[in-house]
Design a protein around this ligand. Structure first.
Ligand SMILES: Nc1ncnc2c1ncn2[C@@H]1O[C@H](COP(=O)(O)OP(=O)(O)OP(=O)(O)O)[C@@H](O)[C@H]1O
Ligand SMILES: [Mg+2]
Length: 361
């Protein structure tokens, strides 16, 4: 049985629809990440699962039971928010125990459970302190402990790490991944940070304007984006897009654009002579070309961003700005001529009008 099912779910605020006919099944023990740009409806959808927002249309079930009209407290879920306000005047122990005390759980049982979650999250040394005496990451762990102690069927996280600095975020991300490995509780996690999504998710649900653009494992979304939106959203530095005209040439195809003609075999794609398409290439998939190689992208390096191990080289090719991520030792000097080639397996082609991938399934 699926842990969570959304069936034709809509959400409207007055005349504005923010989630449209959304269908999604989340399996038991799965870690699913809702990813998408600001305002795409991630939090709204999560809050509908939690019961904090009404559902305007369709059905949400949790553990096989329709929960549309069920109170948040009766859904078997626990939620961790971005702003995880802890009670400042209470000790960490009391903050974690708060929900159980309200449920009138006996004191000895509370102590046992607080100690157990504190051990899992490494909070034992801090149980007597107040929240102000903890670091941001430790406070975040207390918020997770507070959710965990309810032993929910489902964890819901809404950007739980966005208030932390970069180093702490990395650390907490690893802790959340470990926690899921040991508890295996079904988890839905909202973020607009693609690195967080890629590293944590079993599956990513990529949203845009309240509609699912693609659902898939991180590698699938990265390697086989369903459309230009997904391709452009996932991957840093961003994928290069070059408008091309498709031509038939012998057994293969030509792609004409950005001041050059590229030859491909094209067997992996649905192509037609005369089609207008968009060629997508990720910067790390461009390789420095040796002299004499035909069908390459070339130009003059007009911007170089040194990253350490590698460098992002931006060059103009036929009036189009293209970026290549190359090993630092291959980094050209500014204004030097550059030539890059690529393997056909690494390219993407999209319909120029609809943006849909032209890749054969
Ligand atoms: N109470 C409300 N009334 C009207 N519109 C709302 C309300 N709450 C959210 N919205 C709108 O719904 C859309 C989705 O909002 P939501 O908070 O779900 O986005 P999000 O994907 O979580 O974005 P972010 O990454 O910025 O948190 C936005 O356009 C927002 O303006
Ligand atoms: Mg949000």
């Amino acid at each position: 049985m699926s842990a969570i099912v959304c069936s034709h779910v809509d959400k409207a605020y007055g005349a504005t629809t923010v989630i449209r006919d959304l269908n999604l099944s989340i399996e038991e023990h799965e870690f699913v990440v809702f990813l998408g740009p600001s305002g795409c409806g991630k939090s709204t959808l999560l809050r509908m699962l939690a019961g904090l927002e009404d559902i305007s249309g369709g059905e949400v079930s949790i553990g096989g039971k329709v929960v549309n009209d069920l109170d948040p407290g009766d859904r078997g879920i626990a939620m961790v928010f971005q702003n995880y306000a802890l009670y400042p005047h209470m000790t960490i122990f009391d903050n974690i125990a708060f929900g159980l005390k309200r449920q009138k759980v006996p004191a000895a049982e509370i102590r046992k459970r607080v100690e157990a979650v504190s051990r899992t999250l490494g909070l034992e040394p801090y149980l007597g302190r107040k929240p102000a005496e903890l670091s941001g990451g430790q406070q975040q762990r207390v918020a997770i402990a507070r959710a965990m102690i309810k032993t929910p069927k489902v964890f819901l996280f809404d950007e739980p790490l966005s208030n932390l600095d970069a180093k702490l975020r990395n650390h907490m991300r690893v802790e959340i991944a470990r926690l899921h490995q040991s508890l295996k509780t079904t988890t839905v996690y909202v973020t607009h940070d693609q690195l967080e999504a890629m590293t944590l998710a079993d599956r990513i649900v990529l949203l845009k304007e309240g509609v699912i653009e693609q659902i898939g494992a991180p590698a699938e979304i990265y390697l086989r984006p369903a459309n230009m939106f997904v391709a452009g959203f996932i991957g840093t530095p961003n994928m290069n897009f070059v408008e091309v005209t498709v031509g038939r040439s012998g057994n293969g195809w030509t792609l004409t654009g950005a001041g050059t003609v590229l030859s491909i075999e094209g067997r992996g794609f649905h192509l037609q002579h005369g089609d207008r398409a968009v060629l997508g290439i990720r910067p790390p998939d461009l390789k420095t070309a040796s002299a004499g190689v035909p069908g390459i992208l070339q130009g003059t390096a007009d911007l170089i961003e040194f990253h350490g191990n590698d460098a992002l080289v931006t060059f103009g090719s036929g009036g189009k700005e293209i970026s290549a991520l190359v090993p630092a030792r291959e980094c050209p000097t500014l204004n030097a001529p550059v030539r890059y080639t690529f393997e056909e397996e690494s390219i993407h082609l999209f319909d120029a009008t609809s943006g849909a991938s032209l890749r054969k399934q």
